[in-house]
Design a protein around this ligand. Structure first.
Ligand code: PLP
Length: 327
């Protein structure tokens, strides 16, 4: 569904603090390749096709949204896919990887030490030699080919609703780098008084500031007229971690707004919004735009591992992802 809809969010706290809040529902783009996934993958898949490659090789954790979406997108585009997965082979029967296999992805499990080499040129060269017919896409799909899809989202959004602040969750940094890298005139106009707040979903994420600048490229990072900031205090304890209190608060927000915020990415963004409001961070009269980056399949793995407290599970009941295929 493109353009994805922009919806107003209603909550008593917004009125109390004199702000208007909207949400761009990129989670509704597609039931499987939702959120930032299609936006980041399409440039990479087009590249693989232009080079007449057989497929795409990529990296991810055992519950990765990127692995799940890439496996499906490749199958749809007639491309093969290989996933280098951090962890042991038994993960192949989990929610995410069952689907990835179902869509034809070949899974290769590596230990943590090997996985750590995923950005090292020597390791990548070895993989290129072993799989010459595949393009290599980094973890999370965050590379320069992913930027334009996110930049397009910014143009799409500028035609839908004016706003002062855009908030989005940040994992590897590709999405925020992409939407900041928009250099077209139209977007430059729209961005001049706007700021972007990235909410880091992992602990100790300060290093991402440089990664984001690097992804944007020197030229764009110095010419971009949108101010941006990475908030690193809202990770709720670390990647995919959250307290029962966070989960209950998120359940309240889901019930009041009707929007399915999953707890790993968009959930942390919306919890950050509420904390910032309580701290008086936003001036009265501001319009805040949230970007829902999808990732609802991740709930499948959380439920499988009994990680989600009951209240949150109940709040997300009507948005639970479809059952995984038989093994
Ligand atoms: C659902 C979801 N939202 C947000 C992100 C963060 O995006 P990025 O890694 O581009 O910062 C990811 C990870 O790619 C994700 O899976």
């Amino acid at each position: 569904m493109l353009p994805s809809p922009v919806q107003p969010l209603e909550h008593p706290l917004f009125q109390q603090h004199g702000v208007r809040v909207f949400i761009k529902r990129d989670d509704l783009i597609h039931p499987i390749i939702s959120g930032n996934k299609w936006r980041k993958l399409k440039g990479n898949l087009a590249h693989a096709k232009a080079l007449k490659k057989k497929g795409v090789l990529t990296f991810g954790g055992a519950y990765s949204n990127h692995i799940h979406a890439l496996a499906y997108a490749c199958q749809q585009q007639g491309l093969a896919s290989i996933g280098i997965i951090r962890g042991e082979e038994h993960y192949q029967s989990n929610y995410t990887l069952r689907w990835a296999k179902h869509w034809g992805m070949t899974l290769s499990f590596v230990d943590r030490e090997t996985y750590r080499q995923r950005y090292q040129q020597g390791f990548l060269d070895e993989l290129s030699k072993a799989y010459p017919d595949y393009i290599i896409v980094p973890e999370g799909g965050s590379n320069s080919l992913a930027l334009s899809g996110m930049a397009e989202m910014m143009i799409e959004l500028s035609e839908q609703q004016q706003f002062d602040t855009l908030m989005l969750p940040v994992g590897s940094g590709g999405s925020i780098a992409g939407l900041l890298s928009n250099t077209t005139k139209q977007a430059a106009n729209a961005q001049s008084s706007q700021r972007v707040l990235g909410v880091a979903v992992l602990k100790n994420a300060e290093y991402l500031v440089n990664e984001i600048k690097q992804l944007m490229g020197k030229e764009t990072s110095s010419s971009s007229n949108t101010s941006w900031q990475l908030l690193t205090e809202h990770h709720c304890g670390g990647y995919a971690k959250y307290s029962v209190e966070d989960a209950n608060r998120l359940a309240d927000i889901i019930e009041i707004t009707g929007v399915p915020f999953e707890p790993v990415y968009s959930g942390k963004m919306v919890l950050a919004l509420f904390k910032l409001l309580e701290q008086g961070y936003f001036a009265k009269g501001q319009t805040i735009m949230l970007l829902h980056t999808g990732g609802l399949q991740g709930i499948g793995g959380q439920l499988e591992r009994n990680l989600m407290p009951e209240r949150l599970t109940k709040a997300l009941q009507s948005h639970l992802p479809s059952a995984p295929p038989a093994q």
